[in-house]
Ligand binder design. Structure first.
Ligand code: FES
Ligand SMILES: [Fe+2]
Length: 381
């Protein structure tokens, strides 16, 4: 089946701008692991949907604000992570836990705002949804209900699995020269693994060859497994049906530290969550948890954001940082294999390039494209 996406969806600056407004400023976006914001006054900064966002632990509650001071637009925080109260470095304005201006140095002498003007001075706040240890942000002033994007069954699964996160996480970003959709499509396409990752990822899988179409779960059974279509009124074209999880048996190499963590799940499985629009969250055997986010920068530039942690320690592991870095290095190496090919794919695209031709195993890509066009108000078929 010919893909409904055209080359312009991967190349065009206008399309990219529409995506920012119609997808990234409307849907719930992953923002951080809760564990990285656990301490009082912990903060993280992120660009989401083209906007600078500050996530802040406000007396135990995670809130999200635009990282722009209402005085003269200075970012409140420059670092990606840290601990600080909300104080603007430019002229010392201090904000309370709701983003309202609390104090302004020399206010009377220098500013003389009227009562009405003073009441307007606050940081723009965004909606936050915590799901276990995953924090999501919505940039819309009237956000869509969270369950319209992620089914209740999937939410429960994510709540339980992320409840196994340990207290330390590491984060890194990898710039890549391709459209974000290519990376999301790539993680849905398991059939590339034996060709692109023959020495890295493929040896972990217990099934050495890709399943044939006959062996694939039907979309009905997959959706039942995920509880998305089993809820009344759901259809496979719903937004929520695009986000799902699966698991496959893998070989997990045994390491001594595995004895000292509260592992998730039923044993040696590779858990794979796809969270539309741009997240792939995986767990190797319930021992390590890696979230990859394909963050759009430009039509042909994506920042791949990695956040990784291990399962909760039951006994202190002094070597944990080294363990996490070792795992992250391995995951980045696998992604670099994809990046080389996806960059070549992007570089070869041009406005008159032929469209992709999907086989039956790519039904998820077809569903994603259909919903994408609906969100972009281009669904004319
Ligand atoms: S710009 Fe923030 S206090 Fe002036
Ligand atoms: Fe890959």
């Amino acid at each position: 089946m010919e893909s409904r996406l055209l080359p312009k969806h991967y190349l065009d600056a206008e399309v990219f701008k529409r995506e920012q407004h119609l997808i990234f400023r409307r849907l719930w976006l992953f923002a951080a692991f809760r564990i990285t914001l656990a301490a009082p006054n912990a903060f993280a900064t992120r660009e989401l949907g083209g906007l600078p966002v500050l996530l802040q632990n406000c007396d135990g509650e995670i809130r999200a604000f635009e990282n722009v001071c209402p005085h003269r637009q200075m970012p409140l925080q420059k670092e990606s992570f840290g601990h600080a109260r909300m104080l603007c470095p430019y002229h010392g304005w201090v904000f309370d836990n709701f983003g309202k201006v609390k104090s302004i140095p020399h206010e009377e002498g220098l500013y003389a705002y009227s009562v009405e003007e003073r009441a307007q001075l606050c940081l723009k706040q965004y909606s936050v949804q915590e799901l276990g240890n995953l924090v999501f942000v919505n940039l819309d002033s009237d956000p869509l209900p969270f369950e319209e994007q992620f089914s209740l069954g999937l939410q429960e699964k994510l709540r339980v699995i992320s409840g196994h996160f340990g207290a330390q996480a590491i984060h890194t970003v990898l710039p890549a020269r391709y459209n974000w959709k290519l990376n999301y499509e790539n993680v849905l396409d398991y059939n590339h693994v034996p060709y692109i990752h023959p020495k890295t990822f493929q040896p972990l899988l217990r099934k050495q060859v890709a399943p044939t179409v006959q062996e694939l779960p039907t979309s009905a059974s997959l959706e039942d497994l995920n509880g998305s279509t089993s809820e009344p009124g759901r259809s496979r074209h719903d937004l929520a049906a695009l986000s799902f999880w699966s698991r496959s048996p893998i070989h997990v190499e045994q390491w001594p530290w595995h004895e000292f963590v509260d592992r998730y799940g039923e044993g040696d499985y590779y858990y794979n969550f796809f969270l539309y629009p741009n997240v792939n969250f995986i767990s190797l055997g319930g021992l390590t948890f890696l979230l990859q986010q394909f963050h759009p920068i430009a039509p042909d530039v994506t920042e791949v954001r990695f956040t990784l942690c291990a399962a909760k320690e039951t006994k202190r592991l002094p070597g944990l940082p080294a363990i996490l870095w070792g795992h992250l290095k391995g995951e980045v190496a696998v992604l670099r294999e994809d990046v080389g090919y996806l960059e070549a794919l992007q570089a070869g695209l041009h406005p008159d390039a032929p469209r992709a031709n999907h086989g039956r195993y790519e039904s998820r890509l077809i569903d994603v494209a259909a919903t994408y066009l609906r969100l972009m108000s281009e669904d004319v078929a």
